[in-house]
Design a protein around this ligand. Structure first.
Ligand code: KG4
Ligand code: ZN
Length: 337
């Protein structure tokens, strides 16, 4: 049994986040501080700047969520901090801060795998009645990760396929950059695609129709690069954006279809990661889900992108199972599920 609410801490990339969840999964408080402003001048995340920003902001965010939840630290039942995979500077900041609180207040510490956080979000009881039941298919679609995972139980994750080159969010970001859009490119490209005709540019559809559920996006990015000189008008740009987006949506749907066939009795298709915010991607995956009579579970966008609610929840699931970690647990920049 967990003795009180659990504090989750996330600092593995460019979002500093803290959240407090009751043992039953009720969100008592949550806060996210994006570092977009710090990294935008560089067109991407700068690890050293990220680590320093986490260090500067994590204490205040933690105070904020404690206050919001009306709790003193000693009333908590545990501390869960992202301990990998991710940028090592930020991981050290978040994990060490969490361990410090655990020591100071005599609380159990849970070193959470960031990917497990994404994987278990769908089980938050508030999301679907009672949360999604095992096993389910997880499509993790972010800037750093792109994989199909069979989530079979707590700690039982079977990777069915992953990208051979770029992650899908990376493909959005790189193609957007080629089109002259600001970083991060995903949302900007989606906006531009709204007025475009997706049938204009005949782009390759990598991996479509192949067995398995691996991904590949570098050829698509190259094709986008080769189309750039043909762009004359604003409409051309919108058409290219729409063509790119519809190819990605079609490829993801094809991969999801094969992933489902590799599982036994999945209860749902769950999407996570920043790209899950994309409406064309969601619509395409919704069709696959419908064909298989499965629900498509797309958490609200704030829970799809990096956040601390998912870290606190993964901590709760682990504490409930009697799992916690020693204070010398080392953060791991690479940590496959
Ligand atoms: O999960 P996330 O916030 O951070 C990690 O990468 O871990 O994902 C960010 C990625 C970026 O590549 C961003 O361009 C992409 O998600 N993204 C989108 C959209 N919103 C964010 N891609 C396509 N359409 C969107 N609406
Ligand atoms: Zn993430």
């Amino acid at each position: 049994p967990i003795s009180g609410p659990v504090l989750g801490l996330e600092a593995s990339c460019d979002e500093t986040a803290a959240a407090i969840l009751a043992p039953d999964g009720t969100v008592l408080a949550e806060a996210v501080r994006s570092q977009l402003a710090e990294h935008t001048p560089f067109g991407g995340v700068v690890p050293e700047i990220a680590a320093r920003a986490h260090l500067a902001h994590l204490p205040a965010l933690t105070r904020q969520v404690l206050q919001q939840a009306g709790l003193r630290p000693e009333q908590l039942g545990g501390i869960a901090a992202t301990s990998g995979p991710g940028l090592i500077g930020g991981l050290i900041v978040g994990a060490t801060f969490g361990k410090g609180m655990a020591i100071a207040h005599g609380l159990p510490f849970v070193a959470v795998n960031h990917l497990e956080g994404h994987a278990l979000t769908a089980r938050l009881p508030g999301l679907m009645e009672g949360g999604v039941a095992f096993p389910y298919l997880l499509l993790l679609l972010s800037g750093g990760h792109c994989q199909c995972v069979a989530v079979e139980g707590l700690g039982r994750y079977r990777r069915l396929g992953s990208t051979l080159d770029d992650a899908v969010g990376e493909a959005f970001d790189k193609s957007a950059k080629l089109m002259g859009l600001p970083w991060p490119g995903g949302p900007a490209l989606e906006k531009l695609a709204e007025t475009g005709n997706p049938k204009t540019f005949p782009l390759p559809r990598p991996m479509l129709g192949r067995p398995g559920c691996d991904f590949s996006f570098s050829g698509l990015k190259t094709a986008v690069a080769q189309s750039i000189p043909k762009l004359k008008t604003e409409q051309d740009r919108a058409d290219l954006a729409a063509s790119f987006q519809s190819v990605v949506a079609a490829v993801l749907a094809d991969r999801a279809k094969n992933a489902i066939a590799m599982m036994e009795g999945p209860t749902a298709i769950v999407v996570a990661g920043g790209v899950a915010a994309n409406k064309a991607v969601r619509a395409s995956l919704a069709l696959v889900a419908e064909k298989h009579a499965l629900p498509l579970v797309a958490p609200p966008i704030r829970l799809c992108t990096d956040n601390a609610v998912m870290i606190a929840w993964a901590g709760i699931e682990r504490l409930r199972a009697g799992l916690s970690d020693p204070l010398d647990h080392a953060p791991r920049p690479r940590w496959p599920l």
